[in-house]
Design a protein around this ligand. Structure first.
Ligand code: HEM
Length: 448
């Protein structure tokens, strides 16, 4: 939004308050009309819905934008209480002040790698800079246009072309494409694709979505990590033994190793590759499915996306995909822990003290719907500035695969969206099924 005047700001603020008040009445109605027997089951079902999540964030954003409670919402990582940060400027502040609001993942990253940290679990240290720099040399931005997008596009087209008017999107399209990126572009081979999909999803859940630290999931994820480590070790050993020089991510890591670059011995390479495998597979799949689901909920916008794709207007088609994802991003919250006693939004009425070790939930979903920053946030628009989107993090730890995502998500969806009469399958099959894993397992769509 460009320097709005005082009257506009006042109107937007009043509207935010009214919307916040209205939501207080709309939320119970949404809960009562949700599936399930009993209030608890209904509430749980309702809050799974992105529409209800967005509704619930309205009063918080309007009245308690930086809400702090003693309750420990996340128990998978140590903390002393929880703060929910909902306004756009404050979410950006938290993610920008990485020295004050630290990433928490280190202990679980070490469990996954079997010892070492991975750069998403590191603070802004020399080690972080070394590892990210090395991996940026191995996974170059040029590759997105030259290798990754064509790989994803060709595979997606093929996977859709062999289907006779019906596809189960996660197992038959949105998981195979990122898995091919892992095997063909990263160079991590040696296990069936289905193993990579399962391992990566389990490890991702363990690191990022297992908020309560469930021990059953811990065991499964750590077994998956051990299996994945062995496969990566074997892939590295096999490549070295073969003497093959291949210009993929693993091949480039080995070139750097031969040149004596620090942070590139076999174990370092394994640690970095396991992080990329986890980052790539479940995320791209879930994002593709959720964007498609949101588009199918909006017939007019879906038709416009389809027309853009048929016209070959790739930029406009991609804008539809990212706007759809704004309504249901794969991670509505990004979590950090306060490194010392500090304050968020200092100098504003909404300023809030944050004691050391508070788990700070930077609600990027809420930030993308903050009317004080985002123009007509409830409208589906394809002309938004890219800066309106916080779809894959922000700041120091912003997604390493950001440029991959921007190219690959539209590439996965385009062959599907261009099918005439694309629609959800009837009944439950046409709804995203996660099997309580938070990751899409099934989602069937059909066409003529
Ligand atoms: C749509 C798909 C994706 C989404 C939604 C997504 C989301 C995110 C988010 C939210 C973060 C920041 C986490 C935080 O700050 O706590 C992040 C970081 C990261 N992502 Fe992604 N990601 C996606 C795809 C990928 C891909 C394809 C890769 C690998 C090629 C990848 C690798 C990483 C890595 C390594 C980091 C850590 C960056 C750092 O610490 O500097 N992600 N991602």
């Amino acid at each position: 939004m460009t320097s709005p005047n005082f009257v506009t700001v006042l109107i937007v603020r009043l509207r935010m308050i009214l919307d916040g008040l209205a939501a207080v009445y709309q939320i119970p109605a949404a809960i009562l009309s949700a599936k399930g027997s009993g209030l608890k089951a209904k509430a749980q079902a309702a809050f799974q819905e992105p529409r209800v999540q967005r509704l619930a964030l309205r009063p918080v954003r309007a009245f308690l934008p930086n809400l702090r409670v003693r309750w420990k919402f996340f128990t998978a990582y140590p903390n002393t209480g929880t703060a929910l940060v909902t306004r756009h400027d404050d979410v950006i502040e938290v993610l920008d002040r990485h020295a004050d609001f630290e990433v928490v993942y280190e202990p679980r990253m070490r469990a996954i790698t079997g010892g070492e940290n991975f750069f998403l679990g590191m603070q802004d240290t020399a080690l972080y800079a070394r590892d990210v720099s090395n991996m940026r040399l191995a996974m170059r931005r040029d590759d997105v246009a030259a290798t990754v997008e064509p790989l994803a596009r060709r595979l997606a087209e093929k996977l859709v072309a062999v289907k006779a008017g019906r596809i189960d999107v996660p197992p038959e399209l949105s998981l195979p494409v990122p898995t091919a990126i892992v095997t063909d572009y990263f160079g991590v081979t040696g296990a069936p694709d289905s193993d990579f999909m399962e391992w990566a999803t389990l490890m991702f859940r363990y690191l990022f979505t297992d908020v309560r630290g469930e021990s059953a999931l811990d065991c499964e994820a750590l077994d998956a990590a051990a299996a994945c480590r062995s496969v990566i070790d074997a892939a590295i050993a096999k490549r070295k033994a073969s003497g093959q020089t291949k210009d993929d991510v693993l091949g480039r890591c080995l070139v750097m190793q031969a040149a004596g670059l620090p942070g590139m011995d076999d174990l370092d390479i394994r640690n970095n590759l396991i992080g990329l495998v986890i980052g790539a597979i479940p995320t791209l799949s879930k994002a593709a499915v959720q964007a498609l689901d949101q588009l199918l909920d909006r017939p007019e916008e879906f038709a416009s996306a389809q027309q853009a794709a048929l016209d070959g207007n790739d930029a406009l088609f991609a804008a539809h995909v990212f706007e759809a994802l704004r309504f249901n991003p794969i991670n509505p919250l990004i979590f950090r822990r306060a490194a010392s006693d500090t304050k968020i939004a200092a100098g504003h009425f909404r300023a809030r003290k944050i004691p050391k070790d508070t788990m700070v939930l930077a609600a990027n979903l809420s930030a993308m719907f903050d009317p004080m920053k985002i123009e007509a946030p409830e409208a589906f628009r394809t002309d938004r500035p890219w800066s309106d989107y916080i779809l894959w993090g922000y700041g120091l730890h912003g997604c390493f695969g950001a440029y991959v995502n921007r190219a690959v998500l539209p590439a996965i969806l385009k062959p599907l969206v261009t099918r005439p009469g694309l629609r959800r399958a009837a009944g439950e099959a046409g709804q995203i099924e996660t099997g309580n894993t938070q990751f899409p397992k099934h989602f069937v769509v059909e066409w003529e």
